[in-house]
Ligand binder design. Structure first.
Ligand code: CIR
Length: 256
């Protein structure tokens, strides 16, 4: 059986000071957020991941969103240089956590890149050029990954935070997509499954094995997934949604 490792991090008590780009600040119930996060971690564990949970970082509000700090492929782990300056101190501890598993490469200044902008579909890697990820970040990724046989494709993102706010790979050549936020024409050859238009934030889904970890809030889009035969495992991350986070952001999952 294929072993998976998931790196997660407990929520910072400073989460109320998180970066926000597309939504208004609302109070976050820290205890509830932590309980929801524990349930998310448990869900990863039930789905077969060996979970490594890093301790909370008191001074790094967004550090629970470990996805943005690295990209992990079979061949290499790439430590990012997050686009929001406040988030750059999150990477050293993630590098340390990944060191036992993969050779390490790094995105260097002036490049910026958030893991949330990196969508991996087989040997093709789509990269959102967003407020967080710049052309130099795209070029760095190409420099590191082209020798491993990956094709890197950049596409503009401006209506939402990251590429993976607009679409994620849910398995079997299928992307779950909000076409209002990303140009669907970029994904020739893939099957596109539209979110329900009442749920614009519903395109972020986390496939693990034959299941899809998915926000409990998006019941209409969940039905679309189930109608296509996908097995959905709902998790409630309502409090981290107020920090502009969703299901992919809270873990780094890779084969071990
Ligand atoms: C930020 O703005 O960086 C955080 N408040 C949310 C990051 C969410 N990360 C992700 O979607 N990969």
């Amino acid at each position: 059986m294929q072993m998976l490792t998931a790196i997660t991090r407990e929520i910072s008590p400073a989460i109320a000071r998180c970066a926000l780009t597309h939504i208004e600040r609302q109070p976050i119930d820290y205890e509830l957020a932590c309980a929801q996060h524990r349930a998310y971690v448990q869900c990863l564990n039930h789905l077969g991941c060996e979970v490594v949970t890093l301790p909370a970082e008191p001074d790094l509000p967004d550090s629970v969103f470990v996805e943005d700090a690295a990209i992990v492929l079979d061949e290499v782990a790439i430590i990012t240089r997050p686009g929001h300056e406040m988030r750059r101190s999150e990477t050293p501890s993630i590098e340390e956590a990944l060191q036992p598993y993969r050779p390490i490469e790094r995105i260097d200044a002036p490049a910026t890149l958030d893991g949330g902008d990196v969508l991996i579909v087989g040997r093709t890697i789509y990269v959102g050029l967003s407020q967080r990820t710049n052309e130099a970040g795209l070029a760095d990724l190409h420099r590191i990954l082209a020798p491993h046989g990956y094709t890197i494709r950049g596409l503009p993102i401006d209506a939402c935070l990251h590429l993976k706010s607009a679409c994620t790979h849910v398995g079997r050549k299928t992307l779950l997509i909000n076409r209002q936020w990303v140009d669907a024409g970029a994904f020739a050859g893939l099957d596109l499954l539209d979110i329900n238009e009442d749920e614009p934030d519903a395109a972020n889904a986390l496939p693990i094995g034959d299941a899809i970890v998915y926000p409990a809030a998006f019941t209409k889009t969940r039905r679309c997934l189930e109608d296509k035969g996908f097995k959905v495992v709902p998790v409630d991350l309502s409090e981290l949604a107020k920090a502009e986070g969703a299901v992919t952001c809270c873990s780094l999952i890779f084969r071990s």
